[in-house]
Design a protein around this ligand. Sequence first.
Ligand SMILES: [Zn+2]
Length: 276
Amino acid sequence: MIAAKKLEKLVNLYHEDALSHVYLLETNDMDLAMQDILTFVKAINCQQEYNDNCDKCNLCNLVNQATLPSLIIIEPDGNMIKKEQVLDLKKRFSFKPIYTPNNIYVIKMADKLNGASANTMLKFIEEPGEAIIGFLLTTNLNNVIPTIKSRCELISLIYDESTETNEDNVYEKKANEYLEKIELEKVDKIMYNRDVILNDYPERGDVEAIFKEIFNIYMKAYNGEEISYLKNLSYEDFRFRLKLVINFLDNINYNANVELLMDKFVIELSERYESI
Ligand SMILES: [Zn+2]
C-alpha cells in the first residue's frame, strides 16, 4: 500500500499512539518521499478503510488537492527556508487541527533551514504544542544542522535505482566486512580499523564514504531489513549506533586524525555493547 513500505511502520505506530512528534527523512527521491508521506497522511485519516488511491472520501480528496487545512507543506523560498515561513507554520498550528486529529507539517529540503529559520524551527520542535506531527525531508543529511538532526527521529527512505548494480559498490562491501567484525568480535576490535579499512583506504574521503555506507546499513536494519550480524540489536541499539555514525561523519571533516576518530567510534560502540 505505501510504495516503499517504509512508512507502513509509522501507520502502525500511529495506531499504537507511539509516534514521535518529528521525523527526519533522508531520501534520494524527494517526489517519491513526498508521495509516501501523503499516503501516510491519508492512511491514518481516511474516513473509510484506506485503500490505494482512495477517492471516495472527502478527506483523501482534500489531501490529493493539497487543500487539507491541517496539512502544511513548506518548501524553500528561493535558496532557503525563511524564518517567516516557520513562524507562519507555528502560528497556524497554535490552533486545534481542522478535520483531522493531528496537525501535520512537512518541510522539504530541511538542509535549507539555516540561521534564523533553524533557530525558530528548533524552538518549535522542542515545544511543538499538542497533536502535531512533523516530517523534515532531506536529500543531504550531512547538511542538516546537527542540533536539528539530534532532535528528530531518523528514517531512511532510499528508493531503488534499478540501474545501479550492487557489486560495483566497494565501499558498501568494506562497510559490511568491517561492521560484521566490530559487531560480532568481543575483543581487540580496534585493530580492524587498520586491518579492514585504513590499510586499503587511508584517505579521509574513502573512510567517509565507507562510514556513509555504514550509516545506510544500520538504517536498513533499523527499518526491518534482515542483516544477520545485526539481528540481535534492539531499536535502542540502532538509534545509539546511528548517532555515533552521525557524530563521526560530522567530525571527519574537522578532525585532523581519522584513525583516532575511528578508534573513538569503536570504543564508544563497545562500551554500549558491554553495558547491555
Ligand atoms: Zn479516504
